[in-house]
Each structure stands twice: as structure tokens, then as C-alpha cells.
Design a binder for this molecule. Structure first.
Ligand code: HEM
Length: 449
């Protein structure tokens, strides 16, 4: 049985129908041919966009000439009320300065310091799942909670049960429910003269979230001043001056960054983990292998993580089949000549990990789940050329190393204690909202081992 894949739309549809499909879901709105094409052009009366699916073109845009393809201002619109000038949205010098301050907190060496907080979150997740023997549970709920817990513990040394953390988590969920058209806005840019109206509720919610985050950062600033701050990610980021200007983030800018760490860090990991659990139920032989391997965590430590090789291969394969960020958009700042076609200045350039990861001309058996592919010749080549769950180039995800510890750790901690089984009639259908989610949740039955 192959892992679920959305049914693509017919190759030819009217613009009106395309817009309607888009509104419903980004993935099923795309035609089958994108799994085979190197590039596709979408021409409408208002805009042109180009999906590039050829590894060399993706390399040009993300790695060779990223400054010529900044983040599209149009995607930022929907996120701005919440994220302000966060590193996810900025471009140019502001973005460079922000990365200079943030990157040291996430570099490889620091992960060891972050690990104990991640482990506590994993243990809390195991505890929360106890006592539900044989019950159907919704995995996105479970993993969202766990991933949010990881972020709060690693960033601010507080668990998700902390009063402010719990409120931020709840309000983010509401925000995401109100902003389902985020992707629509990115791909189908309305002309620039149309005023941008954020629904009143969305704006109020964004303001509430930012006020809560402001409280956390203000409290932390006081602890830093008093020399009593814990050595976590927030302290590291707030006390790291930019090596060039010598300035640290001011409060406003720190709030922007915390908002994006929370959003980018928990939605994505939660989506990846939920799909991985589903794949484990679909392929019980792999689930058993991982649960045996997970005994390495009987005495959990950062060092033990290097023993979770299968868990990492499985998580990597889940990120291939269900990349949490299914598509990214950039804007061409000058006319580009791609594969014999001119993409005029201002065109939206769409890079689709979703399609690249399942490209029929690149991957062997692209739609099959095979964690062993990473040690084959084709798997290794594709990992280098056609595998970008965390993007690539200078704008690569700051949390990539973090996520590759968090994912296998949570997965192994869960499989060490629990077994997950499919629930008949509940095959999840992937849809893309902010991240790749399942249309009606991911339901599995849980048993204690
Ligand atoms: C499985 C988990 C994750 C996946 C698949 C993922 C994926 C991505 C992708 C694809 C981008 C690039 C988006 C674009 O260019 O449009 C990105 C950016 C980013 N991610 Fe992640 N991410 C994950 C976890 C995390 C975590 C745990 C954090 C932080 C704690 C994080 C923080 C960020 C930030 C700050 C950016 C913006 C970087 C920039 O634009 O310079 N992510 N992520």
C-alpha cells in the first residue's frame, strides 16, 4: 500500500475553477504533470508565476543568486500582523543582521545544551499519552502539543502548561484557523492597488499573541539584567550582539523573532511527526524496528541520539513524502530566462518541495515509502539535488539541525512505549494549509507496549 497522495486535478481547467480548487487546497489544485515537468508557467489575467522543478534552477534561485530572488512581499502580507519584521519575512541587510544574531543559538554545538529541554518535552508527551489503551487519538493534536512544548522549554525554559505559554499556543491555533487563505494570497497575488484587509479578529488575535510574547521577553530581559537568566535559546539570542554593529535585538525585534520561532518551529515539526506516526502504523515492520532501536534511549542522553539511525532515516523519508512546507515563493527582481522562457521582473517563482520530492524523473519509486533509499545511489544523489524540506542556501531553515534531533527523539520516545495502529476508514488526505496537514486529522489507535 502506498502512502496517501492527493488526487491531482485534470490538466486543463478554467481559471475560475483553478481559483476555487486553490481556495480548498494547494496540493490537489495542481495538475499531475507537475510531478514530471521541469518547469510550469501559470498565466492569468493578473499575474504570472513559474513553478521550477529542475534541481539546477532551484539551485540558481536558492543558492547561487538568492539576492536576486528575495522573499515575495506578497506572502508576507498575511503574516505581517503577527510576525512583524521577523527573520522569516525580511530581506537584504535587515535579514542578514538578524541571521548573524540568531544563527549562533542554533549552531551544532549548542544543540547539546538544548537537548535536555527537548527530552523533558518528549517525556511529558509520553506521560500525556498514558492511560488511553486501545483508544483512537488524533495525532496532529498530540504532536502540536508536544512540539509547542519543545519550543517553550528550549526557548524560555517553561513547559506548555505555563500560563502564558498555554495562552500563546491556544491563540496561535485560532490565528491559523482564521488565516486559511495564506497560501492563496501568496500564489494568486491580488493587484498591488487592492487594499490589504486583515480581518478584525485576525488582527486582534495577532495583537494578543504579541502582547503575551512581550510579557515573556520583558520578564527575561529583567532576569538577564539581574544575572539570573537560565541558559536557554532566549537568553542566548537576547544577549548576542551582532558582530558587525554590536547591537542586540531590541524588545520589538525580539518579539518578532519569538513569534516566528514559535510558528515556524512548532507547526512544521508537528506536521512531520504526525505523518511519521501515520507511516509507522501503515508499515508496522518499520515501527517494530524503530521500537527496538529506541532501547538506546533507556538511558537517554545527547550521545544516544547517534544510535537512532533508523529513526532518522524514517523521519527523513517522512519529510520527503510530506514536506511540512510544501511550497516556497520568491520574486524575480529582473527578467529571467529559464528553460527558454522569459519570466518578467516581478514574476512569482514557486519552488515546490512537494513536487521535487516526488519527481518522477529524479526519484526511483517516488511515491513509495522506503527509508532505505538514503543508502542507495539514487537516494544519495537525490538527497543532494532534489531534497529540500528545510530549503537550502543562505535562507535555509535556522532550525534544521534542531528539528533533526527533535523529530527522531520524539518518534523514538513514543515508539519505545507505545504501538500505533491504523483506524479503518480513516485514511488521511494530505492538504496544504500553512503546512501539510491531513484534511480530517490523522487518527490512530494507541496501545502501550
Ligand atoms: C521539521 C521541521 C521544520 C521544517 C520542515 C522547516 C522548514 C523550513 C523551511 C522550508 C524554511 C524556508 C521557508 C522559505 O524560505 O520560504 C524554514 C525557514 C525557517 N525556519 Fe524552519 N522548519 C522546521 C523547523 C524549524 C524550527 C524547529 C525552527 C526554530 C526553532 C525553525 C525556524 C525557522 C526560521 C527562523 C526560518 C526563517 C529563515 C530565514 O528566512 O532566514 N524551523 N523552515
Amino acid at each position: 500500500m502506498k502512502p496517501p497522495k492527493p488526487t491531482p486535478r485534470p490538466d486543463q481547467v478554467s481559471l475560475w475553477r483553478y481559483l476555487k480548487l486553490f481556495r480548498k487546497d494547494l496540493l490537489s489544485a495542481q495538475p499531475q504533470r507537475l510531478y514530471h515537468a521541469w518547469m510550469a508557467e501559470f498565466r492569468t489575467p493578473f499575474f504570472r508565476s513559474y513553478m521550477i522543478n529542475q534541481p539546477e534552477l532551484v539551485d540558481t534561485v536558492l543558492k547561487q543568486r538568492p539576492e536576486d530572488f528575495p522573499k515575495s512581499g506578497r506572502i508576507s502580507e498575511g503574516l505581517r500582523p503577527l510576525l512583524g519584521d521577523s527573520v522569516f519575512l525580511t530581506n537584504g541587510d535587515t535579514w542578514k543582521r538578524q541571521r548573524r544574531i540568531i544563527d549562533p543559538a542554533f549552531e551544532g554545538g549548542r544543540l547539546k545544551d538544548t537537548f535536555p529541554a527537548m527530552l523533558e518535552a518528549a517525556q511529558a508527551c509520553v506521560t500525556r499519552l498514558r492511560g488511553q489503551e486501545g483508544q483512537e487519538i488524533e495525532c496532529e493534536e498530540l504532536t502540536s502539543h508536544a512540539a509547542a512544548d519543545v519550543i517553550f522549554r528550549t526557548l524560555f525554559s517553561v513547559p506548555i502548561e505555563h500560563e502564558v505559554a498555554a495562552q500563546v499556543f491556544e491563540k496561535f491555533r485560532a490565528y491559523q484557523r482564521q488565516q486559511p487563505l495564506l497560501n492563496l494570497a501568496a500564489f494568486i497575488p491580488v493587484p498591488r492597488w487592492v487594499p490589504r484587509l486583515h480581518a478584525h479578529n485576525t488582527r486582534r488575535n495577532a495583537r494578543d499573541i504579541r502582547d503575551l510574547i512581550k510579557r515573556l521577553t520583558a520578564e527575561r530581559a529583567e532576569l538577564i539584567d539581574a544575572g539570573k537568566a537560565p541558559d536557554d535559546l532566549a537568553t542566548k539570542i537576547m544577549t548576542t550582539p551582532d558582530p558587525e554593529t554590536r547591537h542586540c535585538f531590541d524588545t520589538q525585534e525580539m518579539v518578532d523573532q519569538v513569534a516566528i520561532f514559535f510558528l515556524a518551529g512548532h507547526e512544521t515539526s508537528a506536521s512531520a511527526l504526525a505523518w511519521t506516526l501515520y507511516l509507522m502504523a501503515l508499515y508496522p515492520e518499520w515501527q517494530e524496528k524503530l521500537s527496538v532501536e529506541a532501547e538506546a534511549l533507556d538511558d537517554p542522553s545527547f550521545g544516544a541520539m547517534s544510535k537512532l539511525k533508523l529513526s532518522r532515516d524514517v523521519f527523513r523519508e517522512a519529510l520527503r513524502l510530506y514536506p511540512p512546507v510544501p511550497m516556497m515563493v520568491r520574486e524575480a527582481t529582473c527578467t529571467e530566462h529559464f528553460r527558454g522562457r522569459d519570466a518578467p521582473k516581478g514574476s512569482q517563482i514557486v519552488i515546490s518541495p512537494w513536487h521535487l520530492h516526488r519527481h518522477e524523473r529524479l526519484w526511483e519509486r517516488p511515491d513509495e515509502f522506503d527509508p532505505q533509499r538514503w543508502s542507495t545511489k539514487n537516494g544519495k544523489t537525490c538527497q543532494r539535488k532534489a531534497y529540500i524540506p528545510f530549503s537550502t542556501g543562505p535562507r535555509v531553515c535556522t532550525g534544521a539541525g534542531f528539528a533533526m534531533v527533535e523529530g527522531p527523539l520524539l518518534l523514538s520516545m513514543l515508539l519505545r512505549k507505545f504501538r500505533f495502529e491504523l483506524v479503518e476508514g480513516r485514511t488521511p488526505v494530505p492538504v496544504a494549509h500553512l503546512t501539510v496537514r491531513s484534511k480530517d486529522g490523522i487518527w490512530l489507535r494507541v496501545f502501550e507496549r
